[in-house]
Write a protein that binds this ligand. Structure first.
Ligand code: FAD
Ligand code: N01
Length: 555
């Protein structure tokens, strides 16, 4: 008789323990990790990507670049890094920004503690131990006192609700999940769906190599020429000579970068002056236009006046009058949806290989095996590019099964829209923090400047907790409600709430319509956050010990 050893039961590995788990290794995750590790904390960073970079890892589409000057769209916390790095363009392209973030990760030796190619599926708060249990898609778990979501405002692609996509036999490229391998459109007829910032950047580049480009436009966007240029060494040297002062000024600026700003109103100029001011800003390109007319976003007549001047620019740039007419944004104020910066977008429509397909006039009904079908026409395509946007601001957070006190799901708490204190903390979710969460300036500012503010503010909070022997911080429900009201009150008088934008969640069917970013400016927000800290973190309550330890003491 042979004896068979009893099969040993598979024992799940004990969760690894950390002081903090950070989800995301973009600008936010990297700086946060560096900061917390510098405090001697044991930190695990997790990212679904197989490298650092976040936005700049995923969005590799041709033409992708920033719309804040490169010299400002970068970390300010390290003089060494800002002196060492050389930006080569006014608005850096995606490969350069990704190289920069890789450089930062290497300089600060961050990569070795980041778990790549791993998706966080759940984060569950355990009341008994006052810690977070984080579960990933590879079956691993870890626990941590703090769980910090650096998951990005624009990191979850929105699949377009067009029937039949799966039937298309050619390649389908999402701008926000662009492949790492070189894509070659030579000899192909390419369909581009989506004319927000991504589509407007990608189109002109694709048009240069594709045999034909069909741009399927549903809602036309306002776009302003970026007028990107290479940066001379002298310019970089000048910036570096006084970088600290430039950064300090950016920190005190509502937008978090040094774009011009004015209180002067549109109709305080006479017609000629207004035209000249507009023309100057248009020729300089970039975000200067917002700095010339201070009432664009609050005064409908001013807004319409500037929109008309942009229509004239479209008429000048686009040879075919019907195409020019279709490209003119209508039905929503300038700035109600994110204004795009472009390189040769309107001029692209003068190329013989580019056609605008107005799918507002003739809607897409389905994607078929060899192309796109509208009510009135069939468009044969070899490849499809989807620049259809993101489930912005809440998408990445609600993608994770986050459960707070008593197992309450965040998905339940936010079922009518996101509520948060400062966009950083959520009542009922102790020691969970969000970087650039809904209710913070985030996407209405230079996001890197907002990220730095959040990270530094949180680092101070953690110091405060350590100094006072506090283990758990949680936002008060009252303070949270008051903050949500404040965010709404600031947005209500602006024209920004008058458009169906992703700021309001309007691009995702069924998403609650709530204006999510803080319009009050990064400078005001910073002052408010600092005042809250100064008042002993007003609006937070703290626990000194874990509940089970308290129970033991009580017994
Ligand atoms: P992200 O860079 O989005 O990083 C979040 C990371 O979290 C991602 O790598 C993602 O993989 C990871 N992640 C999310 N969920 C999970 C999960 N469940 N498990 C594991 N990992 C997860 N802002 C500006 O201010 N100026 C600009 O010029 C500008 N240009 C932009 C251009 C494009 C094409 C896009 C899409 C956005 C742009 N933005 C710009 C906004 C940009 O998102 C921010 O500036 C900034 O890069 C955000 O950094 P982040 O670290 O907060 O988030
Ligand atoms: O996404 P979007 P994005 N059929 O939501 C269309 C940042 N960013 O990726 O509006 C047809 O703006 C949709 O049409 P409609 C920046 O913050 C910055 O371009 O729904 N069309 C729209 O045209 C930006 O705001 C840069 O009618 C469909 C487009 O897809 C944010 O990221 C560059 C459709 C989506 O536009 C998002 O920009 C890139 C359908 N079924 C991104 N579904 C910089 O320059 C969607 N669309 C710094």
């Amino acid at each position: 008789m042979t004896t068979v050893a009893a099969a040993s039961p598979t024992v799940a590995p004990e969760p690894e323990q950390f002081d903090a788990v950070i989800v995301g290794a973009g600008f936010a995750g990297l700086y946060l990790f560096h900061t917390l590790r510098g405090k001697g904390m044991r930190v695990r960073v997790i990212d679904a990507a197989d490298g650092v970079g976040g936005t700049w890892y995923w969005n590799r589409y041709p033409g992708a670049r920033c719309d804040v000057l490169s010299v400002d769209y970068s970390f300010s916390f390290s003089e060494e890094i800002q002196q060492a790095w050389v930006w080569t363009e006014k608005y850096a392209a995606q490969p350069e920004i990704l190289r920069y973030l890789e450089f930062v990760a290497d300089r600060l030796d961050l990569r070795r503690d980041i778990r790549f190619s791993t998706r966080v599926e759940a984060a569950i708060y355990d009341d008994a131990t006052a810690s977070w249990l984080v579960r990933t898609d590879d079956g691993l778990t870890c626990t941590a006192r703090f769980c910090i979501m650096a998951t990005g405002c624009l990191s979850i692609p929105k699949e377009p609700d067009i029937p039949g996509l799966a039937a298309f036999t050619g390649p389908v490229y999402f701008t926000s999940r662009w492949p790492q391998q070189h894509t070659d459109f030579a000899g192909q007829t390419v369909g581009l769906i989506g004319t927000g910032s991504s589509g407007i950047q990608a189109g002109p580049e694709i048009a240069k190599t594709a045999e034909r480009l069909l741009v399927f436009q549903r809602t036309p966007s306002f776009t302003i020429p970026a007028r990107n240029i290479p940066l001379a060494d002298d310019f970089m040297n000048e910036i570096k000579a006084d970088y600290a002062a430039r950064r300090q000024a950016a920190r005190r600026h509502p937008a978090g970068h040094l774009r011009p700003i004015t209180r002067r109103t549109t109709f305080s100029y006479d017609d000629k002056e207004r035209r000249e001011a507009f023309e100057g800003a248009w020729q300089r390109g970039g975000q200067d236009l917002f700095g010339v007319f201070g009432d664009l976003i609050v005064d409908e007549a001013a807004n319409a006046e500037i929109a008309r001047m942009i229509y004239d620019k479209i008429d000048e740039a686009v040879a075919d009058p019907a195409t020019a007419a279709a490209l003119k944004p209508r039905g929503a104020p300038l700035g109600g949806r994110r204004i795009c910066l472009d390189t040769d977008y309107y001029a692209m429509f003068n190329r013989s290989n580019v056609t605008l397909v107005d799918v507002l006039a003739d809607p897409i009904t389905t994607v078929v095996a060899d192309g796109v079908q509208t009510h009135g026409a069939h468009y044969r395509l070899d490849a499809l590019v989807l620049a259809t946007g993101f489930d912005a601001m809440t998408g990445a957070l609600l993608n994770i099964d986050i459960r707070g006190r008593n197992g309450t799901p965040l998905r339940e708490k936010w079922s009518h829209g996101p509520v948060s204190y400062l966009g950083i903390a959520i009542a009922g979710f102790p020691n969970l923090f969000t970087i650039t969460g809904p209710g913070s300036p985030s996407v209405l500012s230079n996001v890197v400047a907002s990220i730095e503010q959040h990270v530094e503010w949180l680092a101070d909070l953690f110091d405060h907790m350590d100094a006072h022997g506090l283990r758990v911080a949680e936002a008060d429900a009252d303070a949270e409600q008051a903050w949500v009201r404040h965010v709404y009150d600031l947005a209500a008088p602006t024209l920004m709430i008058k458009a169906n934008s992703w700021y309001l969640g309007a691009n995702v069917p069924g998403k609650p319509r709530v204006f999510m970013p803080y319009v009050g400016g990064l400078d005001v927000y910073r002052d408010k956050a600092d005042a809250i800290a100064h008042d002993g973190y007003r609006g937070f309550h703290f626990d000194a010990e874990t509940p089970n330890v308290r129970a033991t003491h009580a017994a």
